[in-house]
Write a new protein. Sequence first.
Length: 501
Amino acid sequence: MDFIQNLGLGFSVALLPYNLLFCFIGCFLGTAIGVLPGIGPLGTIAILLPVTFGVSPEAALIMLAGIYYGAQYGGSTTAILINLPGEATSAVTAIDGYQMARQGRAGTALAVAALGSFFAGTVATLAIAIFAKPLTSLALSFSPADYFALMVLGLVASIALAHGSVLKGLAMILLGLLLGCVGTDSYTGAMRFTLGTLDLADGIPIVAFGAGIYALGEILRGIENESDAPVSVIPVNNRLPSLADLKEATAPVVRGTLLGSVLGVLPGGGALLSAFTSYAMEKKLSRTPERFGHGAMAGVAGPESANNAGAQTSFIPMLTLGIPSNPIMALMVGALILQGIIPGPNLITEQPKLFWGVIASMWVGNLILVILNLPLIGLWLKLLKIRPHFLFPTILGFSMIGVYSVGNSAFDLYLMAIFGAAGYVLGKLDCEPAPMLLGFVLGPLLEEYLRRAMILADGDATVLIQRPLSATLLAVAAALLVVILLPFIRKRRKEVFVEDE
């Protein structure tokens, strides 16, 4: 009965005209940036963080969530029609989706991708609604040492489940942790790493950090790689799949949904890992693996379902534990902090309208996305005609206005420029900034829980291994770190993210 009442509360919030408008805006923007190759949901959310400062917490999180899972829908459109994934999670969809389009089955591929994503989003949202409250109750029994150990495990796992060099990932996390320590010590009042300037007394603003690393950094890379080559779009024929197509896609959609729902909860998991893992699984389970890469239906249905399910279940640890499982969830945490709300296990009791409103909005958002994606394909393809030399200055202008509006400080613009240059350089060095963002957001929380644990134990560091839960979590983190440093495991991690030719 409580479950029904909670969902009723959620829908009463999500269906308010004000929140419904922001849900539509988020889904629309998510689809648009999913179609447009380049900035992606991470950069878009970073740019729009200042906008959330002036709206209600419910509307802010509903809009940002819509951008995230909406991008998973939009990215498949260009992946299928022009073999150019608008979003990284759609890269695997392009392998078979584009081949289907070349065979005259573009409409079928787009419809299967949209319907599979809708099914996956619906199931994943149900999973959030079912498991959120039990996980929250469990989290309330955690001690500071348990939280510290859980965050350490999350940071290590984010490297294990992401692609790229392990050592570079560790370096990025440590850099993020150091940047998170900038500001005034909450216990002693001493200023740390501020270079003697009062502008950093409150720490590095997450808006300037995110907009610089992702928005400005992507713009610089986009300018460098800009091409004037005309875009060749395959025409879309009948958009309704046949009964045989639906039957063929059903099993991959179900498997992709279940896989994505599980992987989305894991630190560093989310949509990207879910899509690539689903494709590999479908190819291994297929009776005709030779069809993959040549227009296999399962190569579109499975990954598209998995990436949407993974995108939505990644909200579970953020909403219940206050711990982001990926960089986009880290920005969601930043959005809540801007609103004066600390995410964690108390969120469900202190902010029930926010908690259940966001969950209910995901059902509404998935319905909006099906309506947006199938009938309006022509509109999204017209976006590809926007030249980068018009698009990039617009994005930069919005970023600068947003960053300045939060703190009314020109210093924040300088920080944005510095981090933009840093993001560009990190890209050149093949260093992913995502682990740095996780470290930046989790750093202050990690320090807070460590110091609380030490204060309660009178400075005895063994408190971290005295409780069975914290000791187990730290042991798993240490074992995982050792395992991913092994040469064989490093090789297998690289192979997971390699597209099949």
